[in-house]
Structures are given as structure tokens and as C-alpha cells.
Design a protein around this ligand. Sequence first.
Ligand SMILES: NC(=O)c1ccc[n+]([C@@H]2O[C@H](COP(=O)([O-])OP(=O)(O)OC[C@H]3O[C@@H](n4cnc5c(N)ncnc54)[C@H](OP(=O)(O)O)[C@@H]3O)[C@@H](O)[C@H]2O)c1
Length: 290
Amino acid sequence: MRILLTGKNGQLGRCFQDVLTGTDHALFAYGSAELNIADAQQVAEVVQQVKPDIIVNAAAYTTVDKAETDSGNAYLVNATGPELLAKQAADLDIPFVHVSTDYVFDGEAVEPYLPTDETNPQGVYGASKLAGERAVKAACEKYIILRTAWVFSEYGNNFVKTMVRLARERDALSVVADQYGCPTYAGDLAKAILHICEQHEHDKPLVWGTYHYCGDTPTSWHGFARAIFAKAEVLGVIDKRPQLKAISSDQYPTPAKRPEYSVMKDENLSLLGITPSDWFAGLRSVLNRI
Ligand SMILES: NC(=O)c1ccc[n+]([C@@H]2O[C@H](COP(=O)([O-])OP(=O)(O)OC[C@H]3O[C@@H](n4cnc5c(N)ncnc54)[C@H](OP(=O)(O)O)[C@@H]3O)[C@@H](O)[C@H]2O)c1
């Protein structure tokens, strides 16, 4: 099938290209230099030229703190872009797969968020992603929105790579222990999206809507760091584990407020034939590659 991918240079975009290797799908992949998703004319031209069977949007404005002072651009990429792509998908009557975030929630919950739970973003990034979700729903019927969280991979900048670098440089580290979420391996998310594409290719019915796709085991950033160091030491990626101190969010202020609790779950993932990310396994494969 013909798959149009945006955001090809990002974590998810690169993992998606990896999972397509060896398949017979025709992938048309674009970075921001070739296709600015917020440019209506470019989007229309590329879609009309490619004539895809499905569109996968892995492009996003993801610098959460910068978004606080750059909201115009955050909304262009996270809301206008998805809307333009979704409109093209609607015109061609093809599915649109879009990725959103746990930051659409306020983090005040005490049990895992479900896709039907009320949203209440706390910062510009989350608000712009929520605006994107709403625009997609309004623009097309055949959409799958996958909300994900704490994405890591062998590519780009992410928490796993930062922790490994810091462990090589320092003897001791302080990591926030009062924010909880679900780490997600971008390679698993990529495989899940490919599965959705193939369900469509084989005319299997897809239940359009919003889903939560993230790691199967919640943890804190501190717990995630501990898991990274333990595995990295066993695999010989670092010589020794640094001392790990638990700190509170107050001790690590950031321009954008982080949700305290953004654990998500979704019992409906089986409707798409996919299962949550086994992030421990993903962590092992990332550490083996960096
Ligand atoms: N990273 C996380 O922890 C996290 C958590 C929750 C949800 N998510 C969501 O998961 C998805 C994938 O995230 P990721 O970590 O793979 O992101 P990423 O590594 O930051 O990649 C995003 C890509 O978007 C592209 N992009 C930015 N502006 C663009 C524009 N105007 N037109 C076209 N492309 C543009 C960039 O392309 P170029 O490099 O070519 O400029 C970049 O490579 C996003 O929807 C994100 O919001 C991520």
C-alpha cells in the first residue's frame, strides 16, 4: 500500500521507516524541509502527487518548554498541520493516523486516564495538541488518534539517551520522583501504526476514534532512570551506575508545568489488534543500539 509519512526525521518517523524495511509497502516519507505540514498548498500538492492509501502524521512541535513562549508555531504544527492533513485524507476518503499526548490531561487523576476522560491541558504544548485532536475529528471521519507518552528510542533526544550520557559523565544524579507516567518505545508505536495500516489494507474493519498507546507498566522518572541504569550496566553500556537521588518536581522547575500523574490505559486497543508497549524490552533494544 502507499503510505504517506510526515515527520520522517523524528523518533517515531525513523522507527516507522525501520519497521517498514523489508515490507512491500511504498513509503513516501517527508521531513519538514520537504513538507511543512502547516502549509496548505504544500500539503495539498504532496497528497495529490502521492495519492496515498493512508496518511500517518508523525510530525509535531515537541519542545514542550519552548512552546510556552512560541505558541503561534506550536499551534501551527500541532493543530493547523493535522487539520490540513486530515482534510486531505477526507477528500480522498482514506484513513488518517495521528499521534497525540498525555499532556492533554491535567495530571490530577489518581487512577489511569482513559480515552474518554476529560481533558484539561496545563500548558501550550498540551493545548496545541488537544486543538489538533479536535481539528482532526472535525475534518475527517476515518481517523485514529493514538495518545502516547514518555517516548524514547535510539533516535533523537530522549530521556534514555540523556540518562546514559549523564551516567557516563557523573557519579551522582537527581531525578524527579513525584511524576508518574508510562514510558513508550517509539519502535512499538511504529509497529502498532503499521498494524493499523495493514488492517486497513486487508479491509479489516477499523474502529475510528481516540486511543491510548503507551507503555504497559507505569513508573516515575526516578523509577525509569533506575531501570535504565540497571539495564545499561548489565549490557555494558555504562561502566557503573551513578548514585540516584529522588527529588520532587519543586526541586526541578521547568517553564511548562508537567502533569504529576499521566498514567494512561486503554482496554480498547484490542479493537485495533494492538497491545501496549513492552517498554522494558524496548529499553533493552535501544540500549543495545546506542
Ligand atoms: N517525545 C515524547 O516524549 C512524546 C510524548 C507524547 C506524545 N508525543 C507525540 O508523539 C509524536 C512523535 O513524537 P517524536 O518524539 O517522534 O517527535 P520528534 O522526535 O520531536 O519529531 C518530530 C518531527 O516533527 C517534524 N516537524 C516539526 N515541525 C514540522 C512542520 N512544520 N512540518 C513538518 N514536520 C515538522 C520535525 O521534522 P524535521 O526534523 O524534519 O524538522 C521532527 O523530526 C508527536 O505527535 C508527539 O507530539 C511525543
